[in-house]
Design a protein around this ligand. Structure first.
Ligand SMILES: *Cc1c(COP(=O)(O)O)cnc(C)c1O
Length: 371
């Protein structure tokens, strides 16, 4: 069993995708056109936030938010940003690329998400923002997080690369909100393997902050609001019309896709009974999970991965080396983050995609129970 089978995932939508691809080709307009505008409209309506800006990829979405805050004078070089230590490196690269300082905070080992109870002890006079990551598809949001941000005047930036479609309640509101509309600004990735995957690189920024949205839009287009007039040193990070056309097709099916993921993971959670394996917690309270990954834990992880491989099942590790242990972050290599480091040795992501058949799921469950 392949870990991802993008061919069969996209095969479901192939006739619609081919149709819109032909329309883009024939239109003769490939960058910043009507499809990108329409996708931005539909995305912001879906997310329940005022603005969506389509950009080149998920890393750029996060970089552009932070760069936007710097241009607006809300952040400045050397400011500290809280970030979960077990995230994908992109969250951290967005921070360091803007000459801001990442402050690694341990995750809660039950949810894999930033341990909100450990934020306050990591705050200093330079802390200006918290980057929450809805890791593996699980919403990282509590009333306490919002209170901390309000008390200390911090921006909450959501790395929403893995949790598009999940909902959470916010204290003081009766309705629930989608990830990406919870904090001050959010970055999404439409990398092909994500829950809403394009057929190439693509990303978006979502926010209710009109000033930030305006700034990000300009920064993503060479720092220009008006052609050939440059107010800041921007970059080129635009979503293409082709990717916007594909995403307009696939956005319609996102809730359905996420629901199929929920069905598969609840089946896994019933089937897998091995005492050597710790299953991911199914959320009980308000914050939803859209199951970008189904991550199990085992203290003989490498052995388990090898065992599955021999039986034809591909798995992955998200992530084997935490950012602070990477060679590119030598200055943090000596920092000790025991929970993050232990998790990186025990976690294993097993196949999970909406096209899995019932037999694949039960077969995998049986094999795991025989380990
Ligand atoms: C995928 C991902 C990103 C980056 O997205 P790209 O589109 O690959 O640049 C950022 N953060 C997290 C948590 C991700 O999973």
């Amino acid at each position: 069993m392949k870990f991802y089978d993008l061919q069969s995932i996209n095969a479901k939508y192939a006739s619609e995708l081919k149709q819109v691809a032909a329309e883009v080709i024939d239109s003769g307009w490939y960058i910043l056109g009507e499809r990108v505008r329409k996708f931005e409209e539909e995305l912001s309506a879906y997310m329940g936030c005022r603005h969506a800006i389509a950009v080149g990829n998920g890393l750029d979405a996060l970089r552009l938010i932070l760069k936007g805050y710097i241009e607006l004078g809300i952040l400045c070089e050397g400011d500290e940003v809280i970030v979960p230590a077990n995230t994908y490196i992109a969250s951290v690269l967005a921070i360091t690329d803007n000459r801001l300082v990442p402050v690694f905070v341990e995750p809660d080992e039950k949810t894999f998400n930033l341990d909100i109870d450990q934020i306050e002890q990591s705050l200093t006079s330079r802390t200006k923002a918290i980057m929450v990551v809805h890791l593996f598809g699980r919403t990282c949001w509590t009333d306490k997080l919002k209170q901390i941000a309000e008390t200390h005047n911090l921006k909450i930036i959501e790395d929403n690369a893995q949790a598009i479609g999940a909902k959470s309640t916010i204290c003081g509101f009766s309705d629930s909100f989608r990830t990406g509309a919870l904090g001050h600004a959010a970055g999404i990735s439409f990398y092909p393997t994500k829950n809403l995957g394009a057929l190439g690189d693509a990303g978006a920024v979502t926010t209710n902050d009109g000033e930030l949205a305006h700034m990000v839009r300009s920064l993503a287009n060479y720092g220009s609001f008006q052609k050939y007039v440059h107010t800041s040193c921007g970059l080129n990070s635009r979503m293409s019309e082709m990717q916007a056309a594909f995403l307009l097709v696939k956005l319609k099916y996102l809730d359905e896709e996420n629901e199929m993921r929920r069905v598969i993971t609840s089946r896994y959670s019933e089937l897998i009974t091995s005492r050597d394996i710790i299953l991911p917690q199914i959320p009980k309270s308000s914050g939803e999970h859209v199951w970008h990954q189904y991550v199990i834990r085992c203290n003989r992880r490498d052995e388990l991965q090898h065992y599955l491989k021999e039986r034809g099942i591909d798995t992955q590790i998200h992530y084997p080396i935490p950012p602070h242990k990477q060679a590119c972050y030598r200055q943090y290599n000596k920092v000790h983050l025991p929970i993050t480091e232990q998790l990186s040795e025990e976690i294993l992501s097993i196949p999970l995609s909406s096209n899995m058949r019932k037999e694949d799921i039960s077969n995998l469950g049986e094999i795991l129970n025989l380990f």
